[in-house]
Design a protein around this ligand. Structure first.
Ligand SMILES: Cc1cc2nc3c(=O)[nH]c(=O)nc-3n(C[C@H](O)[C@H](O)[C@H](O)COP(=O)(O)OP(=O)(O)OC[C@H]3O[C@@H](n4cnc5c(N)ncnc54)[C@H](O)[C@@H]3O)c2cc1C
Length: 556
């Protein structure tokens, strides 16, 4: 069985125009952001796909998966494909690009959910939902990404989590093509009762389909899903002129954006607990001073960091978050503002009402509501990464932010990472509750500088050890590839054994590329990780031994 024969069958399944082995096209899928996660010192991923295929519907996806299985090939699904988690982990992998499946199949206003195909992006879904007084969750990657990919397969943090939760918790019924091509309909869909629930009646596989971080394409292909929608008290079609930096939106009088700054981590944490208890607000999210200036005025930021006095002045605003009110009436908006100001006063903070600067307010309001600003993060150095970011009770993420800022400062002092004032934590609380929130630490670097890429890899290695050393939740450390499970499994209830059992049960032939999920050959995976990033491996192995973390299975 050869790739030629496989591609012939793929072409007859989806049409020749939807299959490519063109080297330039394949290279287009092999360049990604965040490759330091896999120890690369450039943006090129280690492997490029054997072929790329663009199925147009669920039946074609099933046929593609079956053809791969017949020809001893693996497959890897992707939506907008923005990040290293889409990379193929071998040259025997067919990249399944779902961009032709871009329809909103239904919006059920009464039961507040939408049914979407993989390539529906956040902006598209939010625009349609808003027309009906509803809203969807958009992840911090921005409204150009896929809500289905986020809800089914990878992470799910977002700016408006206070109101729209975390993607994994918004997933309802789901259509899932298993690694052998069988079609599984999760939840009420499986009983022919529509899309409104991802579980009952009876036992549910939602927890197998994805847990906290998602399986990153390692267990089949999700071809449609229902997503919770939330009330949107704002205008059905917000009036917006311009793009990104000069976007000017008509901000409704019932909505206002504030920046709240506090004297310490403790006051920052306390204010957030009070906000959770008060049940106010649409959005609570920290974007650090260093992130703001690095995205909005990167050249100015390069100059500012050369002046210790200016840096000190900016650092005084280290402990801050942005808070957006989106109320249903002027009276409710005034009430929420009054409570916010009281909380900030009680915790010794400052509350800056951005509506006093109308043009900045108008552009940021829209940037936050539509989550259109994230791509700006690439402006300062060319790339960025993220770290820590466990979803835990609020004091935990705040502790993570403190540990992260100290670690980052040591790398910035050595010139190994770009100076973003070190504390560049991003995130907030979810579902109006301080029972869970997150703070992930962003770091900036120049991907054209191999030394800085190597430093970024070293920084990531150090974050894992700081995570273990401070007994923190791994958070985004779970998304660093199948090696992650081998590292963290032994210290978190041996979950890697359970995960491997699931993979073994659903994909015994390992057809669905699990490079960012779990390996059926752990020793091989560790050897590969060591080969790919010897310094990270050596560092990790030493510290693992120090902490007695090494596991029977991987002692070699
Ligand atoms: C600037 C920036 C900021 C970011 N901030 C956040 C953030 O705040 N919160 C967050 O959660 N993430 C964040 N990310 C990570 C983001 O989730 C990923 O970059 C993601 O790749 C975004 O693209 P996408 O949603 O289209 O998913 P894709 O890139 O297409 O896919 C993501 C993963 O899911 C798998 N996958 C996709 N579709 C399917 C499918 N149908 N079936 C099976 N597997 C599938 C892919 O193989 C891949 O592993 C950020 C990324 C960037 C670049």
């Amino acid at each position: 069985m050869t790739i030629d024969e496989a591609c012939e069958e793929l072409e007859s399944a989806v049409g020749p125009e939807n299959v490519s082995r063109e080297p330039a096209v394949l290279d287009g899928y092999a360049w990604q952001a965040f490759t330091e996660v896999v120890g690369q010192t450039s943006g090129w991923c280690p492997d490029r796909p054997a072929a790329v295929v663009l199925p147009g519907n669920t039946e074609e996806v099933r046929e593609v998966v079956r053809i791969c299985g017949r020809h001893g090939l693996r497959f890897k699904a992707m939506c907008t494909g923005w990040g290293v988690w889409n990379m193929v982990s071998g040259d025997d992998v067919v990249q399944v690009d779902l961009r032709r499946m871009d329809r909103i199949l239904d919006i059920d206003e009464k039961n507040m959910y939408a049914v979407v195909e993989p390539y529906v992006i956040g902006a598209q879904l939010q625009a349609e939902a808003m027309k009906r007084g509803l809203n969807c969750h958009i992840i911090g990657a921005g409204s150009g990404t896929s809500p289905l990919a986020s809800a089914t397969s990878l992470c799910g943090y977002g700016w408006s989590g206070l109101t729209t939760s975390y993607s994994a918790r918004n997933l309802l019924a789901t259509e899932w093509v298993l690694p052998d091509g069988e079609l599984l309909r999760l939840g009420t869909l499986g009983s022919g009762c529509g899309w409104f629930s991802g579980d009952g009646p009876g036992p549910s596989l939602r927890g197998v389909a994805r847990g906290y971080i998602g399986n990153c394409g390692g267990l089949g292909v999700f071809t449609a899903c229902a997503l919770k929608l939330f009330p949107w008290p704002g205008p059905p079609a917000p009036e917006v002129e311009g793009l990104l930096m000069d976007a000017a939106a008509e901000v409704p009088e019932t909505s206002k954006l504030f920046i709240c700054a506090f004297p310490s981590f403790e006051a920052f944490a306390e204010a957030t607990y009070k906000i959770g208890n008060a049940e106010i607000g649409y959005l609570h999210c920290k974007n650090a001073v260093g992130a703001f200036l690095s995205t909005m005025t990167p050249r100015l930021m390069d100059k500012i960091v050369a002046h210790p006095a200016l840096k000190a002045a900016l650092r005084s605003q280290q402990h801050m978050f942005q808070f957006l009110i989106a109320a249903s009436s002027p009276r409710e908006s005034a009430y929420q503002e009054k409570v916010l100001r009281l909380i900030v006063r009680e915790t010794g903070g400052l509350c800056l009402d951005l509506s006093s600067m109308p043009s900045l307010h108008a552009s940021l309001w829209w940037g936050f509501v539509r989550a259109s600003l994230p791509p700006l993060i690439f402006r300062r150095g060319g790339s960025f990464g993220t770290s820590f970011g466990a979803l835990e009770a609020w004091d935990h993420p705040v502790l993570q932010a403190r540990v992260a800022a100290e670690l980052k400062q040591s790398f910035i002092d050595q010139g190994k990472l770009i100076d973003d004032l070190a504390d560049n934590a991003w995130g907030g609380i979810y579902e109006g509750s301080t029972c869970f929130g997150h703070q992930e630490e962003l770091y900036l670097y120049d991907p054209r500088d191999p030394d800085m890429m190597a430093s970024a890899t070293q920084y990531l290695a150090e974050t894992f050890m700081a995570t273990v050393g401070h007994n923190l939740g791994p958070g985004l450390g779970f998304a660093l590839g199948s090696i992650g499970a081998e590292l963290f499994g032994p210290i978190i209830g041996d979950y890697h054994h359970r995960l491997r059992e699931v993979k073994q049960a659903f994909d015994p032939d390992d057809v669905s590329d699990a490079g960012f999920y779990i390996s059926l050959d752990p020793v091989g995976t560790i050897r590969e990780a060591i080969a790919r990033s010897p310094e990270m491996a050596a560092f990790l192995a030493a510290r693992m031994r120090e902490l007695g973390m090494d596991d029977e299975e991987t002692k070699g």
